[in-house]
Design a protein around this ligand. Structure first.
Ligand code: FES
Ligand SMILES: [Fe+2]
Length: 348
């Protein structure tokens, strides 16, 4: 049985709420399917197949008119449910005049789309990210289109041992310290959690800049994967002040949200946000830029890996000890992919 390339029956991040203004639309591809995301004049966001039912013109080239999107070619209009609501100079609208509507949920600054079987979309299962609504945090977001597969991005985020190499100038810190740090990986019902602690360590440059640490720190990294997003909580307190006993309010916390949505088998939408508890008035450009630079360093790696892998997809790869979190995550994803393949076979 051939394994599918991506999970279908999960909620994926389609974008940031701020990506589409009222009365606006954008075209994006998810799981190889072109989608138009648009916001009607009342403010509700919708997702439709980006292909007019008449002559296949992309609706994302059209305009939003009240509560419909209008195709730019012959003026057919479609509502949020995908039904055609108007055909110029024709009274009867046939039932076949419709495009596929994808379930879309907007919450906590994010747009979530369901690309799988519509009947199985359960809005109760949309992943929650309360940090975006927490007054203790300031946050900013970005969208990187990556020329690499979503699995490479998952691997990258679940593995922090690349920090001292790829991110030496930003969040890296000293390689020995990273390799001396034990990585604990735990399987959860719907994902994987990786925890690393670096007690009594030297603060990396970003931490000194952001939080003004002058002495040694107790540092933590906690990463949680669920299909298909990753939450990362990193931070530090002055050494010996209770970080590992749960007393962290006085310290520096950085929360990373990483929404990972396949565009195609080898390209990915990377939607990330950074939030921190020490900059309540907002995240200044230079701090945001430093984070963005870090993720661009990763992006570059993924694109180089993908080029090699596309040239010879069947060549095997080896694992090393620090891959434990990544390995658990791959096993978990593989199981879900197999389950979806079996279901599809049974349904056929
Ligand atoms: S192609 Fe859309 S109206 Fe004709
Ligand atoms: Fe990285």
């Amino acid at each position: 049985m051939e394994q599918p390339l991506y999970l279908k029956n999960v909620w994926y991040v389609a974008g940031w709420s701020s990506d589409i203004k009222r009365g606006d639309r954008i075209g994006r591809t998810f799981l190889d399917q072109p989608v138009v995301l648009w916001r009607d004049q009342q403010g509700t966001a919708h997702a439709l197949a980006d292909r007019c039912a008449h002559r296949a013109m992309p609706l994302s080239a059209g305009v939003v008119e009240g509560s419909a999107i209008r195709c730019p070619y012959h003026g057919l209009e479609f509502g949020g449910d995908g039904r055609c609501t108007r055909i110029p100079a024709q009274d009867r609208i046939p039932d076949t005049a419709r495009v596929r509507a994808y379930p879309l949920v907007e919450q906590q600054g994010l747009l979530w789309i369901w690309m799988g079987d519509t009947g199985r979309a359960d809005v109760m299962l949309v992943p929650s990210y309360p940090i975006h609504e927490d007054p203790a945090y300031a946050w900013r977001s970005a969208h990187f289109p990556v020329n690499g597969s979503w699995q490479l991005l998952v691997d990258n985020l679940m593995d922090l041992s690349h920090l001292p190499y790829i991110h030496a100038k930003t969040i890296g810190g000293n390689p020995d310290l990273h390799f001396r740090t034990k990585t604990q990986s735990e399987k959860l019902t719907n994902g994987v959690r990786v925890i690393r602690q670096m007690p009594d360590s030297e603060p990396p440059p970003t931490y000194v800049d952001a939080a003004g640490f002058t002495g040694r720190i107790d540092r933590w990294q906690e990463i949680e994967f669920e299909p298909v997003l990753i939450r990362i909580h990193t931070g530090a307190c002055d050494a010996g002040t209770g970080a590992y006993e749960g007393r962290r309010d006085h310290g520096f916390s950085m929360r990373g949200f990483h929404g990972i949505t396949p565009e195609t088998a080898t390209t990915t939408h990377y939607f990330w946000s950074m939030a921190t508890n020490i900059l309540r008035d907002g995240i200044p450009d230079e701090v945001f830029e430093q984070t963005a630079r870090t993720f661009r360093e990763d992006q570059e790696v993924l694109e180089l890996q993908q080029a090699r892998m596309s040239a010879d997809p069947d060549q095997p790869m080896i694992d090393i000890a620090s891959d434990v979190g990544g390995r658990h995550t791959r096993q978990f994803i593989s199981r879900l992919l197999r389950e979806e393949a079996t279901e599809r076979l049974a349904a056929a």
